[in-house]
Write a protein that binds this ligand. Structure first.
Ligand code: SF4
Length: 243
């Protein structure tokens, strides 16, 4: 039952990959993906997706010069009703920092990715403002690396652990497997064991799918309702959001 839900939920498109894929050329897609991952903090997936879509109306490529004006960014924040978002005051700085990071790599992140190992990419991305200095695990970069495979190969080397998500945390809480006392490192280990347990053949699919578990699209709906109505959902017994 659970594996059936995971197989179906894993077919939902990652909202940040979907937005990045809207632009035409590959380097710009990766730039948008990197920006989306750098901004994924204190915001749900649907809000972040609509904010990126709003930005794309004004900005073709995150790395182009002149860098986007602060008032353009603030106006997109305001249009998306994100004024209370904890990262709103830093958003312009993050966008500019991603742009600089990309320009230093000659605006060809696909070439840079293909010639760098995942651990080198993980280390270099921490240069970006708000992308990992406060956490040794750099969860935003883990997200970037695992999403990057949709667009570009990377140099040789093992990928780091799969990232956690709000949906995976909700799952752990609902199944009473969440332990708030664990350190961030232990939590990451727990969530990776969960992915393995739920879908041993391909834990990355469980990781992808669980980000949609009871993840709000708006006040009245969740991403997971796109695959099953709640009354037919095979994981409803774990879900207190069931309608
Ligand atoms: S019961 Fe409804 S809200 Fe809960 S996981 Fe299933 S589809 Fe999503």
């Amino acid at each position: 039952m659970i594996s059936e839900w995971i197989s179906k939920a894993s077919q939902l498109k990652d909202p940040l990959v979907e937005v990045a894929d809207k632009v035409e050329n590959l380097p710009a897609k990766i730039n948008w993906l990197l920006l989306g991952c750098a901004l994924q903090q204190g915001i749900n997936l649907a809000e972040l997706q609509s904010f990126l879509i709003e930005l794309q109306k004004e900005i073709g490529d995150v790395a182009e010069l002149p860098a986007p004006a602060e008032n353009v960014i603030l106006s997109a924040i305001s249009k998306c009703k994100l004024n209370d978002w904890s990262l709103a005051p830093q958003t312009a700085g993050i966008i500019w920092s991603v742009g600089r990071f990309v320009r230093v790599r000659k605006n060809r992140l696909e070439l840079w990715a293909a010639s760098h190992s995942p651990s080198d990419i993980w280390r270099e991305c921490s240069e970006i403002f708000y992308m990992g200095k406060s956490s040794a695990l750099r969860p935003k970069i883990l997200n970037f690396l695992h999403r990057l495979v949709s667009f570009s190969p990377m140099g040789a080397g093992a990928l780091p652990p799969l990232p956690a998500s709000a949906g995976a945390r909700r799952w752990l809480i609902q199944t009473k497997a969440y332990n708030s006392e664990e350190s961030p490192k232990e939590k990451l280990k727990t969530v990776n064991s969960l992915y393995k347990e739920l879908f041993p053949k391909k834990p990355a699919l469980a990781c992808h799918a669980l980000q949609f578990f009871a993840e709000p699209v708006n006040e009245n709906s969740h991403f997971c309702q796109r695959i099953y109505p709640c009354n037919l959902c095979p994981v409803a017994e774990y879900c207190r959001w069931s309608k």
